[in-house]
Design a protein around this ligand. Structure first.
Ligand SMILES: [Zn+2]
Length: 226
């Protein structure tokens, strides 16, 4: 296995900090969802809050499983990528930054079904908030790993792509209730109209091409400004 490390999206990181502030001084936590890359990078795209029916006690904390499952699915549907549950985080009292026996049981539930295991983070406020990130092997062995927050350029933008972000991408429903994306049909129309007017063979330039070209242009502009 390569060296594991974690990158939080700014949104996910911010969500963890605001949850800790909101529940202070009692325990809280959340579920981390995102991507696992072959090079050992765990990309945390979203943090799912623990829900309503949680148990917050000193050194003990329990998630509202029904709520977490519901919200994880709702959020995952919004992204183009295939988001996965990466692991979890929770706050501990004082400076206790190692796992309890109860935590061991929870961590192994997340880690045992996957060859790459899971991640699990502990938050302490002593008094400055700090986060200790661990990789959990499928056998429940812990290894402290580095974590970073995306500076806006580290996480590839396609990992954060949402399905519907403009009027052009509004879905079309047919009589069977099947949804297809408007973008596809627009591209086909473009190709057809180009074929009817241009004699020479053409390489279809689709809306998707335009979007990726536009991204490149923007990136070049950004680099230019530095
Ligand atoms: Zn704990």
């Amino acid at each position: 296995m390569n060296q594991n490390y974690v990158i939080f999206s700014q949104r996910a990181f911010n969500s963890i900090v605001t949850e800790v502030i909101d529940k202070h001084p009692i325990e809280t936590g959340g579920i981390l969802i995102g991507y696992i890359l072959d090079n050992g990078a765990w990309i945390v795209v979203e943090n799912i809050p623990p829900g309503y029916h949680t148990i917050h006690q000193r050194a003990y904390f329990e998630y509202d499983a029904e709520f977490v499952n519901y919200l994880s699915n709702v959020i995952a549907l919004q992204y183009k990528g295939n988001l996965q549950v990466l692991g979890l985080w929770h706050r501990h009292p004082g400076s206790m930054d190692s796992f309890s026996h109860t935590d061991d049981g929870t961590n192994i539930k997340f880690a045992r079904d996957r060859q790459c295991g899971a991640i699990s983070a502990l938050v302490n406020c002593d008094p400055r908030m700090r986060l200790t990130m661990y990789h959990v092997s499928p056998h429940g062995l812990y290894q402290p790993i580095e974590w970073y927050v995306d500076d806006g350029e580290t996480i590839p933008t396609e990992f954060l792509d949402l399905h519907y972000t403009d009027a052009e991408s509004l879905p079309v429903f047919d009589q069977n209730g099947v949804v297809y994306n408007r973008e596809t049909s627009v591209s086909q129309e473009q190709i057809l109209s180009e074929e009817s007017t241009v004699e020479a063979p053409i390489i279809p330039y689709t809306l998707t091409d335009a979007v990726s070209d536009f991204k490149e242009i923007v990136q070049k502009l950004r680099r230019g400004y530095k």
